[in-house]
Ligand binder design. Structure first.
Ligand code: NDP
Ligand code: PYC
Length: 339
């Protein structure tokens, strides 16, 4: 007997149209709908189940709880250095990123390095869309954002850190960029939520229950604490995310974001930092030769039979452009009911 849940097929056009319908029905303003729908589409298209149409459930919860400004107007706060600061006005992060990107690129080309600090935004998504947009300009990119306090520090037993993703991108001539993007928890919370929905156990090492005991029960892990990846190493990186995208840019930590949430279970609220580096700003005319030389590193990784991060995602992107995607019918029906 096949106990896998029923799935339905959707074209990418269907996915985007569904996202637009749900977002509009829940009051998201016209200046934001396309940005958010594109992010939902990109996640589903690239096979990121926890950050595709499933995210519409969080977007709707956040809109209905009044924890996002549906008509936010991002504003530039500073204009005179390598640092671009955008106040997202309490809106979803996508419009604020779009508002800041041209300035980030211009400043990075002028100074060799640039920072885009986005304040007061709701970030519900993966970071690789931001990374890809920066790397498309020939720049090296790093990004991170805190989330809600769901993760215990290594050696601790109660939630303090967010799932705190870090992402990095490197331009590759004639190839998709080298991009990695991962939570500093052993797995993203969205991934564990999907296990809980499907009634599937999670691997040991992802979470502890409310009593601090190791658990493979996804629901018990969600109400307890998630764990960092790599023990003290992931824990330190998670602290780095809290600091760089929190106090350094004058914004909230994950604990402050959860407190601001006040039980609404909305998406995290706070800051995101994106750092861009122009290889030409570092090396001048020699940059192209060194970027080409970096290809040897990727070839050596592949020569061992290992794969590059994002390879699975790019393959999914190619496949879904032809075949569309399949999503669990129960999730699809739930999302349709929000429209
Ligand atoms: P994964 O552990 O699934 O993957 C993380 C990265 O590792 C991806 O770049 C992935 O590439 C790569 N990778 C996975 N397996 C291999 C392998 N065998 N060899 C080489 N590379 C590999 O991600 P997480 O669960 O940690 O995070 C998922 C998403 O959740 C991220 O996009 C993150 O931004 C998002 N997130 C967002 C948060 C927010 O607050 N906005 C909070 C937490 C997470 P590939 O995709 O090709 O498999
Ligand atoms: O999966 O941990 C997560 C997450 C938090 C915000 C967006 N995704």
């Amino acid at each position: 007997m096949n106990d896998e849940p029923e799935r339905i097929s959707l074209s990418l056009t269907d996915v985007r149209a569904l996202a637009v319908r749900v977002l509009e029905a829940n009051g998201l303003g016209p200046a934001h709908v396309d940005f958010v729908a594109d992010t939902i589409l990109a996640g589903e298209r690239d096979g990121c189940a926890a950050h595709g149409i499933y995210r519409l459930t969080n977007c709707v919860k956040t809109l209905r709880a009044g924890k996002v400004n549906p008509n936010a107007v991002p504003k530039e706060l500073s204009a005179a250095s390598a640092v671009t600061r955008i106040d997202a006005d309490g809106g979803f992060a996508q419009a604020a990123f779009a508002a800041g990107l041209p300035r980030l690129v211009e400043r990075t080309r002028s100074y060799g390095i640039g920072i885009l600090a986005i304040n007061r935004c709701v970030h519900f998504a993966a970071l690789w869309p931001e990374i890809e947009a920066v790397v498309e300009q020939g720049l090296v990119a790093f990004a991170c954002t805190p989330s809600h306090a769901w993760v215990a520090p290594a050696g601790g037993n109660a939630p303090l850190f967010g799932t705190n993703p870090i992402a990095f991108g490197w331009p590759r001539p004639g190839e998709h960029p080298f991009v990695f993007d991962f939570a500093t928890s052993a797995a993203a919370r969205g991934e564990i939520e999907l296990h809980a929905r499907a009634g599937k156990p999670i691997p040991e090492g992802w979470a502890i229950d409310e009593d601090g005991c190791s658990t493979t029960d996804a629901a018990a892990g969600l109400s307890g604490s998630l764990l960092t990846f790599g023990g003290h190493k992931g824990s330190a990186l998670s602290a780095l995310v809290e600091l760089l995208a929190g106090p350094l840019i004058g914004d909230m930590t994950s604990a402050e974001s959860l407190s601001y949430d006040d039980g609404a279970k909305a998406s995290p609220f706070g800051g995101e930092i994106i750092i861009a580096i122009d290889p030409e700003g570092v090396l001048g005319e020699a940059a192209a030769a060194h970027i080409a030389r970096a290809e040897g590193l990727f070839e050596a990784i592949l020569a061992q039979g290992a794969r590059l991060p994002s390879e699975r995602r790019y393959a999914s992107r190619r496949r879904s452009a032809v075949e569309g995607v399949t999503v669990p019918k129960q999730l699809y029906d739930e999302i349709v009911s929000y429209a």
